[in-house]
Design a protein around this ligand. Structure first.
Ligand code: TGC
Ligand code: FAD
Length: 393
């Protein structure tokens, strides 16, 4: 079977809705992923290795904090940023995760809630990839319900003392700083965000091993035992669960585009394979109606997902995107991608389970993507609450 090379997916002239800058950003990212990630990703996935060597070249292309303004960031539109995420995840969801966390979950809170001094200290270095960040919201007993968190920050003179456990934290052990969400005792248990340098005494990050998903991404548990930070490490603009949820809006939006990328990779592989693979009377399997039905389902769903993501992106660029719009796009597009991965795997038969092809890796990755940043069902409840006015959490 000849090697299969990605050709892009555009059934309904989606490209005609993009402007020249958007196409340029998409094509540049696509080429970067093709040249730098595709050749190494299967090895990384097998070894459970994060490709740290890509951090610098990704920074040079402006991928970190890409949609933020100032502090050396690229200042891309939300649609351009979404297209970057799509192309990243066409390569691998784990690498897209790394970029999402650095940009939407570590740089964004500093940009949105930080003091000028915090922004000057961290953002230019993070944009250059010299400093890496992680985002600690989830705890062992509080995943979908982060408002129940037990991590606390108590004031002691001019310092805060943090204690608690965070779980399933992307980039935890490679991060230089962690954005830690904690309840502040003196403030009626208000949730606030802190910048915690990971080399502070009492801070520990231990990697979670044995993952069958996002193997090219680092996932860690964090433990904070009497970690002291100066009061200047508090993100002054944070107050309440709303603050971390605002960060999640940014990351969930990127994932909505990322899902399209993973789906495109699976679909295009399956389409090309079906035209090459012959069974029964020397016919390509693409000639069978049942195979065509799967291909038709996938291209229809990918096309719908493209328009959904673009509409949310355009609204976001006009400050009109609401959290429930983003929930719909994240939920639909990740579900769609997972279904495409399963159908594409089926079309490849036995070859579909081998890592000569990217499909099984995408499928395993997407199981995490379906769960993190709000599970598929939590997003259904967010949409349900929006249309009925009744919370069903
Ligand atoms: P609830 O009472 O509904 O809300 C508390 C306050 O927050 C406001 N709010 C939002 N604000 C901005 N954006 C949103 N998306 C918001 N959703 C709610 C809300 O209006 C309220 O404001 P105020 O002013 O009245 O105080 O809170 P709840 O405790 O009932 O929870 C609601 C729920 C379930 C939707 C929320 O907790 C939730 O989204 N849970 C899912 C948790 C989650 O997504 N965790 C992700 C962790 S990070 C991660 O997974 C990174 S993966 C790595 C990668 O991206 O690659
Ligand atoms: P639970 O909340 O225990 O949910 C389990 C099941 O119960 C789900 O099906 C859920 O939909 C369902 N459920 C829960 N509540 C309800 C309800 N009210 N109604 C109906 N069904 C419900 N977190 C971070 O803070 N930072 C990170 O960087 C990060 N990275 C991650 C990386 C990976 C690889 C993974 C897998 C997770 C990561 N997470 C991170 C954690 C992620 O956000 C949580 O896993 C997610 O929010 C779900 O929480 P949980 O796993 O505790 O599941």
């Amino acid at each position: 079977m000849p090697a299969i090379k990605f050709r892009g997916v555009d059934f309904l002239e989606f490209d005609s809705l993009l402007n020249d800058d958007e196409r340029l950003v998409r094509n540049t990212t696509r080429q970067f992923i093709e040249d730098n990630l595709v050749p190494i990703i299967e090895e990384c996935n097998r070894a459970g290795r994060f490709p740290k060597e890509l951090v610098k070249p990704m920074a040079e292309l402006g991928f970190f904090g890409a949609s933020l303004k100032g502090y050396g960031c690229a200042g891309m539109s939300n649609v351009e940023y979404g297209l970057v995420m799509q192309e990243m995840e066409r390569g691998d969801s784990g690498v897209r995760s790394f970029v999402s966390v650095q940009s939407a979950l570590a740089m964004y809170p500093i940009h949105a809630f930080g003091s000028e001094e915090q922004k000057e200290t961290w953002l230019p270095a993070m944009q250059k990839g010299e400093k890496l960040g992680c985002f600690g919201l989830t705890e062992p007993d509080f995943g979908s319900n982060p408002g129940g968190m037990r991590t606390r920050a108590n004031k002691s003179g001019k310092e805060y003392v943090l204690n608690g456990e965070k779980m399933w934290i992307t980039s935890g052990s490679i991060a230089d700083l962690a954005i830690i969400w904690a309840k502040v005792g003196e403030e009626n248990d208000t949730i606030r965000g802190f910048i915690v340098e990971t080399d502070r005494p009492g801070f520990k990050a231990e990697d979670i091993h044995g993952k069958w998903s996002l193997r090219a991404s680092v996932t860690s548990g964090l433990s904070l035992q009497d970690v002291r930070v100066p009061e200047s490490n508090l993100l002054p603009g944070t107050g309440g669960l709303k603050s971390p949820l605002m960060c999640l809006n940014q990351a969930r939006y990127g994932i909505a585009w990322g899902g399209i990328g993973a789906a495109m990779a699976c679909y295009d592989t399956a389409l090309q394979y079906s035209q090459l693979r012959k069974q029964f009377r020397d016919q390509p399997i693409a000639s069978h109606q049942l195979v065509q039905e799967k291909l038709a389902w996938m291209i229809s769903e990918i096309t719908k997902a493209q328009f959904l993501a673009l509409q949310v992106g355009r609204l976001k660029d006009e400050n009109r995107a609401r959290p429930q719009h983003i929930s719909m796009a994240k939920r639909n597009n990740v579900w769609m991608a997972l279904e495409c991965a399963r159908m594409s795997r089926d079309i490849l038969g036995a070859n579909g389970v081998a890592d000569d092809y990217p499909i099984m890796r995408h499928m395993m990755n997407l199981e995490s993507v379906k769960t993190y940043e709000g599970t598929h069902d939590i997003h259904a409840l967010i949409i349900g609450s929006s249309v009925t006015g009744i919370d069903a959490f």
